[in-house]
Design a binder for this molecule. Sequence first.
Ligand SMILES: O=C(O)c1cc(=O)[nH]c(=O)n1[C@@H]1O[C@H](COP(=O)(O)O)[C@@H](O)[C@H]1O
Length: 290
Amino acid sequence: MSGDVAAGAGREPFGARLAAAMADHGPLCVGIDPHPVLLADWGLTDDAAGLRTFARTVLDAVGGRVAAVKPQSALFERHGSAGVAVLEEVVAAGRETGTLVVVDAKRGDIGSTMAGYADAYLRDGSPLAGDALTVSPYLGFGSLDPAVDQALATGRGLFVLCLTSNKEGHEVQHARTEDGATVAASIAARAAALNAGLDPMGSIGLVVGATVGDAATRTGTDLTRVNGPLLAPGVGAQGAGQRELTQVFGAARRQVLASSSRGVLAAGPDVAALRTAARRAADEARAALA
Ligand SMILES: O=C(O)c1cc(=O)[nH]c(=O)n1[C@@H]1O[C@H](COP(=O)(O)O)[C@@H](O)[C@H]1O
């Protein structure tokens, strides 16, 4: 495994593609999270047909206009194979719009099983393979090796959970490892090693919630050395805004891809209103992270 494996299928590495998309459209990822309550608000049924209309509406509004979209797998899986089939359609349709697709499935397992997830979410030709996948390193960062290898070989990316936006995350992420470093700091250091020397940035990103306050400082997590994208959920519905983005990321802010789901989706189902909400969120993120 190394950080400079050539991208497969002639595709530029994810880190380079994301850097270009963020420069073009602003540092915003719009989450496609079809919560039951949102489906009801939009006048849609809580079934596969409702999911399809919901996701297509979001893509009509923001496809080709934002840096990335992030379908939340759990909310498609709720409907079993019919929901997963819609997720596959969303991945394909999102990629056709030219917007990068981050599949938010937070996968993590022992290495041999992780290879299966890597095939499912990161292999060329797999119907669930977007441009990047969220993964969980809490079975040990090395357990993610199959996903790292597959991502780097196919020009895809990973977002590894590091300092998550939920209030319980500190129980694990602030704990200390055998060498005395915090779990979060050691995860960031492993990502940094994989991204070292890559320009404009590597493809192994981290998830650092915009809600975590000064957790990076308190855990000794040096985000400025990661040289990879920092996905920052928590913007909007979880309470983070421009001030939090600036405070949490400091000197690492140029690597940040702010992520908002309900904060944008609440403007639906009107396509123009969704587009305006996404534009506003992207402009705010750009200003906060400039
Ligand atoms: O990996 C994620 O995207 C993620 C990590 C994290 O620490 N916190 C977090 O909220 N998320 C996801 O980001 C989305 C947040 O949605 P909103 O709170 O509606 O903006 C959900 O799909 C979450 O699962």
